[in-house]
Design a protein around this ligand. Structure first.
Ligand SMILES: [Zn+2]
Ligand SMILES: [Zn+2]
Length: 252
């Protein structure tokens, strides 16, 4: 999946680059070569971003903080009717990853969004979630919200995934039918009701038997990603997985 990195790495020896996150000069190392290629950040920031990648929930991608001793599914998603097959994330929505996502959304930083997508492509490959998909589909935003913001983070993150994986992205396959309330303002149960029936699939879209990867910036309850998955499955998709830059996990 990752191409020949030699010319770029040779260049970085001659003109050492600065880490985009901590602004320290980067010294390329073999240990994090694949992350340098996908994110172009220093070893320290790679470690802070990726943290402990072991033992994540098989369904929703939450960290071991939410593990459930009685089931493969964690306490966050156990018993919740999530319609996607699996979810993969770069990591939890906290620390450096949270700072990057917040900065991307606040400043509409497309370069950061692309970097997140490229790093996420590495996670998709590593965890084998959505790595065999036919199509990458960003969670759509309502046209009014898009017009107001002029930036659609999920779509640019999906571009980053496509750059690395060569999987085609479709921005208009799924569309948003209603301008829903912001999910962050609602409790968990309200979030599922808020997005119910909110999405549609483009008429005559040929997605029968297709494996689709739905992409978003942050997933918290999973309600939005699940509703998009439900919409795609009803329209004939074979399988839907989800990839998010960060997994928001509120563990009490
Ligand atoms: Zn750094
Ligand atoms: Zn879970």
């Amino acid at each position: 999946m990752f191409g020949n990195r030699f010319p770029k790495r040779l260049g970085s020896l001659v003109f050492p680059a600065c880490c985009p996150f901590c602004k320290q000069q980067m010294i390329p190392s073999e240990t994090s070569a694949e992350f340098h290629d996908s994110l172009d950040c220093c070893d320290g920031c790679c470690r802070r971003l990726l943290g402990n990648q072991l033992d994540r929930c098989v369904k929703c991608g939450a960290s071991t903080l939410a593990s459930n001793p009685f089931d493969d599914r964690c306490r966050l998603c156990f018993g919740v009717d999530l319609r996607f097959d699996r979810c993969v994330a770069i990591g939890d929505y906290r620390g450096l990853l949270q700072e990057i996502v917040v900065q991307m959304k606040r400043t509409h930083d497309e370069i950061l969004a692309i970097r997140l997508g490229r790093l996420l492509a590495g996670q998709i490959e590593r965890f084998e979630v959505g790595n065999n998909c036919d199509l990458v589909v960003p969670v759509p935003t309502h046209w009014l919200r898009k017009l107001k913001r002029g930036f659609h983070g999920a779509s640019v993150i999906a571009d980053g995934i496509s750059q690395i994986s060569s999987i085609r992205k479709s921005d208009d396959l799924v569309y948003c039918l209603k301008n829903t309330k912001k999910q962050g303002t609602l409790m968990n149960t309200g979030r599922f009701a808020n997005v119910r029936g909110a999405f549609g699939v483009k008429p005559k879209a040929r997605i029968a038997d297709q494996n689709i990867l739905v992409v978003d910036d942050v997933m918290t309850s999973g309600a939005t990603a699940s509703e998009v998955a439900k919409t795609l499955l009803r329209a004939g998709a074979s399988n839907v997985c989800v990839a998010v830059a960060a997994r928001g996990a509120r563990v009490s």
